[in-house]
Design a protein around this ligand. Structure first.
Ligand code: GLN
Length: 480
């Protein structure tokens, strides 16, 4: 076990802001510390771009605002951004050769909101190509390594963003979650990862994978820090017609480690065969702590759970095949050389530009949408999606949130599943349902297994039920 990154000094927003107000440090110094950590952790391959100059410039501006008393709510926070989210004038590769030289002309809404709140943007993080994967081995720019044991994966697809926080290279980071890509890497790396309700956070400037599933959310060391970032990035955006005009509560302010009277459901289907025994035991211990804290715990059933993986992979590949049609060699990024006619240019550019997992999904998605199979696969998938949503709506009449494992295993070895797509897809068994239903979910650390690898606990909530899942997560973070 490589413990090198375990002793990196980890800073939460609270410790940073008290040091800032006591005059013990400056935003520039903090940014420099993180930049050093990024440099020292190069072997992990978590970053695809580091914004040394602009980050330090931004930090100096924040320092001036701190002195003037006009600083925003995230002053002192240094944030890393998954490379599927646009930052103005910077490359946005999506972990793909096809976008290698593509630069964004604008900031995603989440990025402009972070900047307005005085967060410093430190760089872009590595990821599975187009966010397709569960291990960050599908990047065109090399795999990301788990800091605790570099022979293992950090989860995916937002592996770089998870490692950035877990190895002390940023206070927080942004990831995207289409089927678990924030929660599962948070579980593997031992940090907090929050997938908001679909529509809670604007997708403007997020490169699309499966538009009716995609969400943006934060990674952080603590529940409170994740809540703070969510508060800044959430809210209606006229540039994203699917963003919701639902008021944004003061997420961090309402956390008081109190859960008495909350009703928590334990879905039977999430504890069946396939779940690692040590993970089951770790969860049971936390569930006992909930009971001791005055929570009413009861077993519930979500019978359509067994169809989640199949439904998810039919629907997201369909959406992906359509979203990724725009990479044709003419409009964005990579273009194959020496091609004959236009059709050959398209074919070669796509064949050479996309990696194997992306191609597999484009083919699957094209197949499920094709005239002869549309009814059998895509339409059927949409119907099952509705049934999965209804499962949740029904149980949320009885309980306020659900507690489940985030992943059936802890971090696996690099190379273990990458040649077996089905095994890889099965690692999403507990996370995809939330995206099918559009509900929020958070993964928090829940102890470690015998090998010292972090275990993740997932809390799922009702639509716009972020305050409830944050409340329970905040309690469990320190309980026991
Ligand atoms: N692992 C899942 C997939 O490969 C989830 C990806 C994601 O959430 N972006 O599709």
């Amino acid at each position: 076990m490589d413990g090198k990154y375990r002793c990196t000094s980890m800073r939460t927003f609270d410790s940073i802001s008290s040091d800032l107000s006591a005059g013990k440090t400056s935003c520039e110094q903090i940014t420099q510390e993180y930049l050093r950590a990024v440099e020292g952790g190069k072997e992990l391959n978590a970053f695809l771009a580091v914004f040394r100059e602009s980050a330090l410039e931004q930090a100096q501006t924040v320092d001036r605002r701190l002195t003037a008393g006009t600083a925003g709510p995230l002053a002192g926070t240094v944030v890393a951004i998954k490379d599927v989210i646009c930052v103005r004038d910077e490359a946005v590769t999506c972990g793909s050769k096809i976008l290698q030289d593509f630069r964004s002309l604008y900031d995603a809404t989440v990025v402009s909101r972070l900047k307005q709140a005085d967060a410093v943007i430190i760089g872009k993080t590595n990821m599975d190509e187009f966010a397709m994967g569960s291990s960050t081995e599908n990047s065109a720019f090399g795999r990301v390594k788990l800091p605790l044991d570099q022979s293992r994966v950090p989860g995916g697809s937002s592996g770089g963003s998870a490692v950035a926080v877990a190895a002390g290279m940023a206070t927080a980071s942004l990831g995207s979650d289409t089927g678990g890509s924030i929660r599962q890497p948070a579980a593997f790396t031992g940090i907090v990862g929050l997938k908001p309700t679909y529509g809670r956070v604007s997708r403007y400037g997020l490169v699309a994978f499966a538009s009716s599933f995609d969400t943006i959310g934060p990674f952080a060391l603590t529940v409170k820090d994740a809540a703070r970032v969510l508060h800044v990035i959430a809210g209606y955006d006229e540039r994203d017609s699917t963003s919701a005009a639902v008021p944004v509560p003061e997420y961090a302010g309402s956390l008081d480690k109190e859960v008495r009277g909350v009703r928590v459901g334990i879905p039977r289907e999430y504890f069946e065969e396939g779940l690692n025994e040590e993970i089951r035991a770790a969860l049971e211990r936390k569930i006992d702590l909930l009971r001791a804290g005055g929570v009413e715990v009861k077993e519930v059933s979500l019978p359509y759970t067994e169809y989640a993986i199949a439904t998810y992979y039919i629907l997201v590949t369909a959406e992906a095949s359509s979203n990724l049609a725009r990479y044709d060699g003419a409009r964005y990024g990579y273009r194959a050389r020496r091609t004959g006619d236009l059709l050959e240019m398209y074919t070669k550019s796509r064949s050479e530009g996309f990696g194997p997992e992306v191609k597999r999904r484009i083919m699957l998605g094209t197949y499920v949408l094709s005239a002869g199979y549309y009814d059998a696969y895509y339409r059927k998938g949409q119907k099952v999606r509705r049934l999965i949503q209804e499962d949740f709506i029904r149980v949320f009449q009885e309980v306020d949130c659900l507690v489940t494992p985030t992943s059936p295993t802890t971090a696996f070895k690099a190379g273990e599943k990458v040649d077996d797509p089905l095994q890889m897809y099965l690692s999403d068994i507990y996370t995809t349902s939330a995206n099918l239903a559009g509900i929020p979910g958070i993964s928090i650390p829940c102890g470690r297994d015998r090998q010292g690898l972090p275990i993740g606990l997932q809390i799922l909530g009702k639509h716009f039920g972020e305050p409830m899942i944050l409340r329970v997560a905040d309690f469990l973070e320190t309980a026991g």
